[in-house]
Design a protein around this ligand. Structure first.
Ligand code: FPP
Length: 261
C-alpha cells in the first residue's frame, strides 16, 4: 500500500494532526530524491542541491531521533550513481567528509550511532576514512542508528548473499534446503540491525514512484509514502506527515485484518 502526499498535505492539516507516540515506525528508510531539480528551479548548479540535501539530512536525523525512530536508513549513493558526471560524483564523495567533520558532535549529543551499508571499499580513501571515523566516534551511542546506504545496490546485495550461500553449499557446510528467509536476511547488509532490519516505512521524495534498486528484499512488507517535495525542502513537518500517513495504514503482513467485535 502506498500513497502520495502533495505539497498541501505536507504543509497543511495532516501535519497538524497529533502523532500516536505508540505507533512511531521503528525503521524508516528514505530515498532522498530531487536535489538536482531543487537546484535547477533556483538556477543553481546541481551540487548546490546536494549541499542543501546534506543539511536536510542533519535536520531529519535529529527530528527522527527525537520522535523515537530506532533506525533511519538514507540512500546517499547507489551503485548506479557512478554513471553521473565525474565532477558531481566527486562532490557526492566529498559530502560525507563535510557532513561528519561538522556533525559528529551533534550526533553524539543526540546519542545517534552511525552505520554504513554498501560496497565501501570502492569509495575514495578520504570518504572511507571519514565514514570509519564517524562509526568509531559514535560507536558508544545507544540511541537511533543513522544508517547511510553508500555505494549500495539492492540487487548487488542479494547477489553477494547468494554467492556466500552457494559457496557454503559447495563446501558441504550447508544443505540447499536450509536456505530460508531468515538465512538470506542474515546475509544482507542490514543483518546487524537484528529485529529492526526491515523498514516499517519507506519514503521517497520528489514525486518519482519507483524503488531504484533500494533495499529490495527488506521492503517486502514496508508501507510506502511518496511525496512531491524535493529532498532539500523536506523537514520535520514533512517527516511527521509521512509518519501520520503511516499511522493510518493497517499492516497485515499477508494475513487478514483483525475481526471487529
Ligand atoms: C538524488 O537527487 C540524490 C542523490 C543521488 C544524492 C543524495 C545525497 C544527499 C542528499 C546528501 C547526502 C549526505 C551525506 C551526508 C552522505 P538527484 O540528484 O537525482 O535529483 P534529481 O532527480 O532532481 O536530479
Amino acid at each position: 500500500m502506498f500513497s502520495f502526499l502533495n505539497k498541501d498535505q505536507v504543509t497543511g492539516e495532516v501535519a497538524e494532526q497529533a502523532l500516536d507516540e505508540s505507533k512511531i515506525p521503528a525503521h524508516i528508510a528514505i530515498i532522498m530524491d530531487g536535489n538536482g531539480r531543487w537546484a535547477q528551479q533556483r538556477h543553481l548548479p546541481r551540487i548546490a542541491g546536494h549541499k542543501q540535501g546534506m543539511n536536510t539530512v542533519k535536520t531529519v536525523a535529529k527530528a527522527a531521533s527525537h520522535l523515537g525512530v530506532k533506525v533511519l536508513t538514507l540512500y546517499a549513493f547507489s551503485t548506479e550513481n557512478w554513471k553521473r558526471p565525474t565532477a558531481e560524483v566527486n562532490y557526492l564523495m566529498k559530502l560525507p567528509v563535510d557532513f561528519f567533520s561538522t556533525f559528529v558532535p551533534d550526533l553524539v549529543k543526540n546519542n545517534i550511532r552511525v552505520k554504513v551499508m554498501g560496497y565501501t571499499d570502492q569509495l575514495p580513501a578520504s570518504t572511507q576514512q571519514a565514514v570509519h571515523q564517524a562509526i568509531a566516534d559514535t560507536a558508544h551511542c545507544t540511541g537511533m542508528v543513522l544508517n547511510f546506504a553508500l555505494n549500495y545496490g539492492g540487487r548487488a546485495e542479494i547477489v553477494t548473499a547468494v554467492h556466500g550461500l552457494a559457496q557454503q553449499v559447495k563446501n558441504g557446510e550447508l544443505e540447499p534446503d536450509d536456505i530460508d528467509d531468515e538465512l538470506i536476511s542474515d546475509r544482507l547488509m542490514t543483518a546487524d540491525l537484528d529485529e529492526l532490519r526491515d523498514p516499517d516505512l519507506l519514503i521517497r521524495t520528489s514525486g518519482e514512484l519507483r524503488l531504484s534498486n533500494f533495499m529490495l528484499w527488506q521492503v517486502a512488507y514496508s508501507e510506502f509514502v511518496f511525496t512531491e517535495q524535493h529532498w532539500p525542502d523536506f523537514d520535520q513537518t514533512s517527516l511527521e506527515s509521512a509518519i501520520y500517513e503511516y499511522q493510518q495504514r493497517h499492516r497485515r503482513f499477508g494475513g487478514l485484518a483483525p475481526k471487529k467485535s
